[in-house]
Design a protein around this ligand. Structure first.
Ligand SMILES: *Cc1c(COP(=O)(O)O)cnc(C)c1O
Length: 427
């Protein structure tokens, strides 16, 4: 595949932006080579500036569940843009999207729109702290909740460690309020809660971890979190920025039947425009300004373009049998990928929740960050590059989830499976 133009753009971009990109993982650091510069995308396909076509499993890291540039979303955006793009004042569109979210997520009684997933988690935690008058938070190793200071902590090994920042620039004093526990470790969780509950404001978790691939909660894990947090007056926050309207219409909380106190959303609810939202129990959300004393604001929050793209996306997703269809396509891909790995004799582990998925190059069952790390990264990188050469766009890191959209056809999947067969054989 010729990628001369992408390489030229990349050289130019490196001089202008850190690493040539506006978000680190785009830079292909984890897999080698340089990133593709994208010209356009339509449905399940994405096209680079050299004119190459790829079947896209990144989907802007999740939001494009309808496929790229869906006609209904485009039409609605064109219509709304004529009326102005932002007013800094309330609009009926915000009510419409809020109603759709609240209807789909019974745990959310009131919601606040923001501009990104990072803003959603950061704000939800501030509210939880304000509500409980406690400072510490619990997060799980490998869970990504955006790039706010106290959340860039995964901590070292051991059952539970007090936070050390992952990134320079995060004050130690700040990170020390973040307690990190391995995902799926019920015992470590209970131990920390029993010892520290008086200081713990909230537990924040990706109910399915999409930011180390795709790690599923063990039976009873989320139930334990729910039970223990309720006992000790700790706020349970589900970060469903990735899983919301993705794992199912009602997110992971509907899928697993758990009712968190607060929920963070993003990605799909913006239909490809910058958006985030956080919401939850009425008594907790009443803490948010101007109803309550916890301050949080946003110049462009709830802007008409993002609301419109979100509303149109959710309208289509709420149609009958959409998730059934998505699930069928996903299952077809799952079976195909497992099948070729077996045929070729490459040891892989495949996981998925709804239409989030990941293939790890390991023989170990992946249940947390440590076991995810057993994947053979070198092998993944070769797989990634091979697939790209065959016109298949996967996330450029082993520790990211893949996604499909309603635009992915069985023909797309057949091409993907064929490419996987050829690539795995040549590893
Ligand atoms: C993507 C993501 C975020 C951050 O969202 P941004 O819009 O990139 O700030 C937070 N939490 C989870 C689970 C995510 O997948």
């Amino acid at each position: 595949m010729v990628t001369t133009k992408s390489k030229t753009f990349y050289r130019k971009a490196v001089g202008l932006m850190p690493g040539g990109v506006n978000s680190p993982v785009r830079a292909f650091k984890a897999v080698g080579g340089s990133p593709l510069f994208i010209q356009r995308a339509k449905g399940s396909k994405i096209y680079d500036v050299d004119g190459n076509e790829y079947i896209d499993y990144v989907l802007s890291w999740g939001p494009m569940i309808l496929g790229h540039s869906h006609p209904s979303v485009v039409k609605a955006l064109k219509k709304i843009i004529e009326n102005g793009t932002s007013f800094g004042a309330p609009t009926p569109l915000e009510i419409e999207l809020a109603q759709m979210i609240i209807k789909a997520y019974p745990s959310i009684e009131k919601v606040r729109m923001v501009n990104s997933g990072t803003e959603a988690t950061m704000s939800a935690i501030r509210v939880a702290r304000g509500f409980t008058k406690r400072d510490k938070i619990i997060k799980f190793e490998g869970c990504y909740h955006g790039h706010a200071d106290g959340l860039l902590v995964k901590a070292g090994s051991g059952a539970a460690t007090f936070g050390v920042p992952d990134s320079p620039g995060v004050p130690k004093d700040y990170a020390k309020n973040t307690i990190t526990i391995p995902f799926n470790d019920i015992k470590a969780f209970k131990d920390v809660v029993q010892k520290e509950w008086k200081n713990i404001a909230c537990v924040i978790i990706e109910p399915v971890v999409g930011n180390i691939g795709c790690v599923l909660p063990r039976d009873g894990f989320l139930e334990t979190l729910r039970k223990e947090t309720a006992t000790y007056g700790i706020i349970l926050i589900f970060d469903e920025v990735m899983t919301g309207f993705r794992v199912s219409y009602g997110g992971a909380q509907a899928y697993y039947g758990i009712k968190p106190d607060m929920t963070c959303l993003g990605k799909v609810i913006g239909g490809g425009l910058p958006v985030g939202a956080y919401g939850g129990r009425k008594d907790i959300m009443s803490m948010v300004a101007p109803e309550g004393p916890v301050y949080q604001a946003g110049t462009l929050s709830g802007n008409p373009l993002a609301m419109t793209a979100g509303i149109e996306t959710l309208k289509i997703l709420s149609k009958k049998d959409i998730y059934k269809k998505l699930n069928n396509t996903m299952q077809y891909l799952e079976e195909g990928l497992k099948d070729v790995a077996k045929k070729v004799g490459v040891k892989t582990r495949f996981y998925r929740a709804g239409t989030m998925f990941c293939t790890y190059f390991t023989d170990t069952e992946v249940v947390d960050y440590k076991t995810a790390k057993t994947s053979d990264i070198e092998k993944f990188s070769r797989f990634f590059r091979g697939m790209l050469n065959h016109g298949i766009n996967l996330a450029p890191s082993q520790f990211e989830a893949g996604f499909i959209s309603i635009a992915h056809t069985h023909t797309d999947i057949n091409r993907t499976i064929e490419a996987a067969y050829k690539t795995l054989k040549s590893l």
